[in-house]
Design a protein around this ligand. Sequence first.
Ligand code: GTP
Length: 364
Amino acid sequence: MYSIIGETVKALILAGGFATRLRPLSCSRPKTLFPIVNKPLLQWIFERLVHDGVDEAILAVNALTQFYIRQQKPPKCGLRVHFSIDPHKSPLGTAGPIRKAEKLLGHNEPFIVLNGDIFADIDYKKLIETHKKTNALATIALCRVEDPSRFGVVELCEGDCIKRFIEKPPKGQAPSNLINAGAYVLSPEVFGLIPEGRAVSIEREIFPQIVEAGRLVGCRINGLWMDIGKPAEYLEANKLLLDSISPTISKPQTSSAEIRLPVALDQGVVLGENSVIGPYAVIGKNVKIGKNVTITNSVVFSDAEIADDVQLHGVVVGEGAYIGRHANIGYGCIIADQAKVRENIYLRDGSTVCPAKEISENIL
Ligand code: GTP
């Protein structure tokens, strides 16, 4: 446990976006509450912040996200947690919420800002230390990825100063494999660069000014890093975490079904005879699975029910959703919370079903 004597370390978590790319799953839950191996992302974030000596978290959200977080109550893990709410109908973007939370963040110390939709093993202690050592205005966590063409890539100069950003460079043309990991340490002077009362993009409006001043520094991080912006990335984050914790997973005791590790089963899961669960299946609390069901590379949220003779591959099934007997669910389908797919229904690959919708005709 790390702590800086006499200093309160604060983190602002940006979680007020609309997660449009994760619809329809995000129609009924904010991205930061998506479960990653049966634990809300926000709880993973809190745990990591506390581990690195952070005392206070400020959640920059919209009113609906605040409602969901209050309802779900992820454990605060010892953090003091505050909300800072974007104005109704006027989301503030990725920098506006920093200015809005100026009083809560204070002017005494540098503070952390992170996207509430990244699942990452970021060493915040190292990030703060690097920031202080280099007299930076902003220090960005940089993650090395194989294919940087989907991300904001950085070009570094001496002393790990950031020279420029290139947004989504064409394949093979990126100046480095280092991308903006969505976590920063900022000095309070940055408040003065952010216009008040309107949406401001930190990537497009604020970082270029800090680059100009030569005070934007990169700090490489190792370890897991996943953005859960799209359904495929969300499944991949679960898969990567299952891989990384697989030595600690013991085979659940069940006589009825076959378990192929790595698999995560939450409490109260019921498994029917001759079912095969895994590899890469994450099954939430109180899920009921019938006979002859196969589930691989999928996430099933709590209280869902999968009837007999169903195969799920690369599928996400929302909370309380129901899949009827012998339904044929294509690869990559997304079934949102409380939706119902009747028996014998065919859903072609990549179909999506909205929350609480009942599907009684094939989607061809
Ligand atoms: P898409 O609509 O799918 O692009 O998702 P998003 O806008 O929710 O996420 P994006 O990756 O663009 O944003 C990065 C992080 O900033 C996410 O954790 C968002 O919740 C958060 N964020 C984005 N826009 C806002 C905003 O206007 N206000 C606040 N408070 N947070 C935001």
